[in-house]
Design a binder for this molecule. Structure first.
Ligand code: 6V0
Length: 315
């Protein structure tokens, strides 16, 4: 008799701009067989579930529905995109108090449902909300992951790829640290085909300040988009679907995620962006990148900033 696999079940909490783009990306790529959506805007979710299911005749069959917290019980993955987004002029860290309140109203009923899978946190400030999800849920560290610097790393690959005229997927580069203003590119590593970006720049007659320009362009990209159109969602919607796929398909893929520090980079008691290996069990390995002294100082400064905000917010 043919073996019938259990459908991969994802519950999305937060059906706003980021959540619905994530859901659409899941549908387009055929990731998971079942997708339940939860939001306080219940009627909107009902409409969105029907609208998303309308895409399945041309994509992949999927059971998409408006869910409620008891549906989380047997989910494999819960993706949290519920929370206020940045307004023009606001930083991600400015969102901490309102989004921690929203988060606690979500994590509690999920845990009560008997959920025993993996949390993927996307709402901002993502490093702090991931840490808070881990604390509130009482889950082991390997089953609470944040999207970290995935989007920022993708933006960096895009900018370097454009400059060097190569496919961004061929750019080996990372932004690490906080998903926010203190994030930094790892120039001691970032390369295309083994040629460091810093060497490529020199070979093309540019000076080191070009690296700073790239860093600034990447770090400011969200602000630029928010000023122009009010929100950012295609990049993170696609990046978070890719993380979901890596987890559900047991890819053992290395991605720049927000994970619990346990001495890596000399850091403890926080979640921050670093390369990590994910698969069906969640976080499988944390990779501590060799950093230059300057990059190590930036990682520490980024962690310090997160801790300061956390200490105030968790009081
Ligand atoms: P949005 O479009 O306002 O959507 C937020 C959704 O959350 C809305 O549908 C709300 O109804 C819902 N919501 C609010 N409270 C609750 C609750 N208690 N329970 C369930 N649902 C609730 O915001 P958008 O989708 O643009 O952004 C969502 C979050 O993602 C924000 O915190 C952003 O800052 C964050 N982003 C994270 C990124 C990353 O790289 N990690 C990138 C971009 C945005």
């Amino acid at each position: 008799m043919a073996r019938v696999e259990k459908p991969r079940k994802v519950i999305l909490v937060g059906d706003g701009a980021v959540g619905s783009t994530f859901a659409f990306s899941m549908v387009q790529q055929g990731i998971a067989e079942e997708l339940g959506i939860i939001d306080i805007a219940k009627e909107h979710v009902q409409g969105d579930a029907i609208d998303l299911a309308d895409a399945t005749p041309w994509t992949y069959p999927k059971n998409i529905y408006a869910a409620d917290y008891p549906d989380c019980k047997d989910a494999d993955l819960i993706v949290i995109t519920a929370g206020a987004p940045q307004k023009p002029g606001e930083t991600r860290l400015d969102l901490v108090n309102k989004n921690l309140k929203i988060l606690s109203s979500i994590v509690e009923p999920i845990v009560e449902s008997g959920f025993d899978g993996i949390f993927l946190v996307v709402a901002n400030p993502v490093d702090i909300l991931t840490h808070a999800t881990w604390k509130m849920s009482g889950f082991p560290k390997d089953r609470v992951i944040g999207s970290g610097t995935s989007l920022d790393t993708g933006r960096l690959q895009k900018v370097i790829g454009k400059m060097e005229h190569v496919d961004p997927r061929s750019v080996n580069a990372y932004m690490l640290g906080e998903h926010g203003d203190t994030e930094f590119p790892v120039w001691s590593y970032n390369n295309v085909g083994g040629v460091k970006v810093s060497d490529w720049i020199k070979a093309h007659g540019m000076d080191e300040s070009k690296l700073e320009d790239i860093h600034k362009e990447v770090a400011d990209m969200a602000y630029d988009i928010i000023n122009k159109k009010g929100a950012t969602f295609y990049g993170i919607g696609t990046a978070s679907a890719m993380i979901a796929k890596a987890i559900l398909n047991d890819e053992h893929r290395v991605l720049p995620l927000s994970v619990a520090m346990d001495g890596q980079y000399g850091l403890h008691d926080l979640h921050i962006g670093t390369p990590a290996v994910v698969g069906r069990k969640g976080l499988e390995q944390i990779i501590e990148m060799p950093l230059s002294d300057d990059e190590q100082a930036k990682m520490e400064a980024s962690a310090k900033q997160l801790k300061e905000v956390m200490d105030k917010a968790f009081k």
